[in-house]
Ligand binder design. Sequence first.
Ligand SMILES: CC(=O)[C@@H](O)[C@H](O)COP(=O)(O)O
Ligand SMILES: NCC(=O)COP(=O)(O)O
Length: 247
Amino acid sequence: MTQLSVNLNAVAQLRNRRNLPWPSVVGLARIVLDAGAVGITVHPRPDERHIRRTDVFDLVNLLRAEYSSAELNIEGYPTEAFLDLVSAANPQQVTLVPDAPEQATSDHGWDFIADREMLTRVVGDLKSHDRRVALFCDPDAGVDQIAAAKAIGADRVELYTGPYGSCFDNPDAAIQSLSDLADTARAAHAAGLGINAGHDLTLGNLPAFVASVPHLDEVSIGHAITADALTLGFAEAVRKYLGALQA
Ligand SMILES: CC(=O)[C@@H](O)[C@H](O)COP(=O)(O)O
Ligand SMILES: NCC(=O)COP(=O)(O)O
């Protein structure tokens, strides 16, 4: 079965509205792992607008102390600062993403041919420390790009599903997008790569995605799970506050 890693960026972003420790990234990680997710994903940005360096180490300590079989997946662009963080945190999986520092969110995969030299060096170093490495990949990457990802030494690609998420309400576009993603997944599998996927996956678009795209090892989902958790939990929270007013 495809595994779920829950991205806690949005929880951290909500926490950062105030100088307060809630919602707690570690507390939510516990809930996520107790509910059956295989692991936690974080994508620390250089400006720490959501996940902070300290969150990464708090999560490492939680997993070490209470969830030894859970996985931490750290995503990011391989700057020296990012690679130092990875080296200190020692996560099971690192996902390299070609995001500029000021980028609002991830919006494309690597050009594995153009960036081959740098990625080969970085992936080789990560692999020498026994980390699983995934490379963020365009949903319609052709076989030449996939062959280059394999030659770079990656273990997996992470299919960028943002375009699928944004066209899901248009059936023709969604079918085409799923077909592109499925072709890329087949090419990656044939090349010996594992397959992760993520970005804008939702409760609504996930069933068609997993039914259409073969060989999926893992999806990472954050924004929609956080939004759904608010919707599913708000009424209960309001009831508790009304109860507190009567106490
Ligand atoms: C790599 C990826 O797909 C992104 O979804 C990323 O992890 C999310 O980053 P933000 O939470 O900063 O938008
Ligand atoms: N790698 C994708 C991810 O971690 C979560 O993306 P999103 O669900 O927040 O869009």
